[in-house]
Design a protein around this ligand. Structure first.
Ligand code: SF4
Length: 298
């Protein structure tokens, strides 16, 4: 199988067959992201995809789930995606789900009819970097869309019968703005049929604009208590159905995993316990390691 550079996938796709259909990210300019800075966006040639599927057929002939990589494979036009889906079903007839990363911009570029055709081709479980429902955050993070476009795009996926999860960045609005960020994000998601919410906290590595803003003080990061308050507010405000809250990324202050609304109270209790544990450290900024993981004070 061919993979170029670092291949990223969501943690819950660990058992899926990873099939490279693009390289890099078609946007590649979010203010906090360095994932594909040195990888120009390009489409993998169909003959290479066929070679990879041929190989996959040998070692995973009964595969049921494929995750298309890299950064935003949904950037491919609908015709190309349907062609790739046909190839997957041809080589691996047991495949039921073809998932991938997608951006709101990718959805905006497709018609309702195309979204329905893609769903019929087995494409489902898109993983979307929504990040926030607050316009000022989306602008500052250079996401390339506004909240109303995000809302409409997610609702169009609902209309096409396509499942999707979204990534949400706690602290993306900076210190003191967590409540506003949580309210806007919950308000947007409450109007959608989102089935998974992946949470992490804002962090930036050298090489992106947000890193410079954090160093210069132009962007002030929340403290540990601020992150907990924002996540509490988000959980309290979310009115979604049968939606997995996946908060196990190491950049979170507290590890959470549960369904909304069923596990809301349990998760709120975990936040409260984390607050008690951190006690006098709540007003400290996080110390981090790779991928933004937080080293909690003892
Ligand atoms: S966050 Fe996602 S959309 Fe933004 S540059 Fe990184 S990979 Fe691309």
């Amino acid at each position: 199988m061919k993979y170029t550079g670092i291949t990223y996938r969501p943690p819950f796709e660990a058992d899926s067959l990873l099939l490279q259909v693009t390289q890099g990210c078609s946007h590649n300019s979010c203010a906090f992201c360095t994932m594909y800075r040195d990888v120009p966006f390009r489409t993998e040639p169909l003959d290479q995809i066929a070679r990879d599927l041929e190989e996959a057929r040998m070692f995973r002939p009964h595969e049921r789930r494929v995750f298309l990589v890299n950064g935003d494979a949904f950037a491919l036009d609908a015709g190309m995606l349907c062609r790739i889906a046909d190839m997957i079903h041809g080589y691996l007839p047991g495949v039921e789900t073809i998932a991938m990363y997608a951006s709101i911009r990718n959805i905006l570029a497709k018609t309702d009819g195309e979204l329905r055709a893609l769903r019929e081709a087995g494409i489902n479980d898109l993983n979307i970097g929504l990040e926030s429902g607050l316009g000022s955050v989306l602008e500052r993070m250079n996401k390339g869309y506004a909240p109303d476009q995000a809302l409409r795009s997610l609702q169009r996926l609902d209309g096409a019968g396509m499942r999707y999860g979204v990534n949400v960045i706690l602290g993306a609005a900076g210190a003191g703005n967590g409540r506003e960020n949580a309210d806007a994000t919950a308000g947007l998601l409450n109007q959608t049929g989102v089935s998974l919410i992946f949470t992490g906290t804002i962090h930036a590595d050298p090489g992106c604009p947000l890193y410079e803003d954090m160093r210069s003080g132009a962007f002030e990061e929340s403290d540990l208590g601020g992150y907990l308050l924002e996540e509490q507010r988000l959980l309290e405000r979310l009115q979604v159905e049968d939606c997995l809250l996946f908060g196990l990324h190491p950049s979170n202050v507290v590890a959470l995993h549960g369904y909304l609304p069923a596990d809301r109270d349990k998760m709120l209790l975990q936040i409260e316990k984390a607050r008690q544990r951190l006690g006098g450290h709540l007003n400290e900024r996080p110390r981090r390691f790779g991928e933004g993981g937080i080293i909690l004070p003892r």
